[in-house]
Design a protein around this ligand. Structure first.
Ligand code: SF4
Ligand code: SF4
Length: 281
């Protein structure tokens, strides 16, 4: 089984559009949506039996007010500023990272740790296996949830497995890279897109994973597209093609029409990119 991960340094670059088109082109029997903070692949592939289980992130600290002697040591030692001393000592669950330091320094044994449901891990099974997950707003540790989503993938699948990765270059992105054979980076010709792509490439190089880059909406800034291609050439990174900007793309997607089965130029461009990626895989 080979795993192909589609990433972009930032959101809104067309990563999911390309990943979902690749799933269609490869007739993939197994795929995953690791964008757990804003999953949307299920809008296209929400079919078949769905099994959902609760996702518990790291345990968060809570203070037992009856035991607390208000010494303030926990607040002094919390690196995440999660403890306030207004009307007694309290822990803000949105700031607590569950590091456990407060419990170690508390002389009164007043600190306990509790796990709570931070999201869900979902698996759709039809004539394909689709793993996804969703993180509750305000919950942290999305990297752990990404790992859980990937654990649901079956390693014996012969067909190409396609993974829609999270945006950015943080912990969830690193988690999504584990075990993949190839990464397709989707970028766009904007200053932030260019800069995020460079950071992404540096991270992938450190992980020693094969990669290629494509440019979406290349014609919104042809000069910058040229600079991106020059950069890729100098860095010896495979460039697998470009897609034009087309305001009809969203209409087609909203109507449930597959881009690669339409006569749309973006769909045609995605087919060419897919063919090149298949050769590089
Ligand atoms: S567990 Fe860590 S982050 Fe949470 S309140 Fe205690 S010291 Fe702060
Ligand atoms: S260290 Fe323990 S006793 Fe001291 S303020 Fe914090 S919870 Fe209360």
């Amino acid at each position: 089984m080979k795993q192909l991960l589609v990433l972009s340094g930032k959101g809104g670059t067309g990563k999911t559009t390309i990943a979902s088109s690749f799933i269609k082109l490869a007739n993939s029997k197994q795929f995953a949506d690791c964008d757990v903070e804003a999953p949307n692949l299920h809008l296209m592939y929400k079919k078949g039996e769905m099994n959902s289980k609760s996702y518990f992130g790291l345990a968060k600290a809570i203070i037992n007010q009856e035991l607390c002697i208000e010494c303030g040591l926990c607040k002094d030692h919390c690196r995440f500023n999660a403890i306030s001393d207004q009307n007694g000592y309290h822990i803000n669950p949105y700031k607590c990272e569950g590091c456990g330091v407060c419990g170690l320094v508390c002389p009164a044994g007043a600190i306990q740790y509790e796990k709570k449901v931070d999201g869900s891990i979902d698996l759709y099974q039809n004539n394909y296996r689709f793993s996804t997950g969703s993180l509750k707003m305000g919950s942290g540790n999305s990297g752990l949830l990404v790992t859980e989503v990937k654990k649901q993938l079956n390693n014996h699948e012969d067909n190409l497995t396609i993974i829609d990765g999270p945006p950015g270059i943080g912990c969830p992105v690193i988690a999504s890279m584990s075990g993949v054979d190839f990464i397709l980076v989707v970028t766009e010709p904007s200053m932030s897109g260019f800069s995020d792509m460079k950071r992404m490439i540096e991270t992938i190089k450190k992980m020693r994973i094969k990669m290629a880059v494509c440019i979406n909406k290349y014609d919104i800034n042809r000069n910058l597209s040229k600079k991106i291609k020059q950069y890729l050439f100098e860095e010896r990174i495979s460039y697998v093609g470009e897609l034009p900007y087309d305001d009809k793309v969203n209409d087609l997607i909203n109507q449930g029409i597959s881009l690669v089965e339409s006569n749309n130029p973006v769909g045609k461009g995605i087919i060419k990119i897919y063919d090149k990626v298949k050769i590089l895989l």
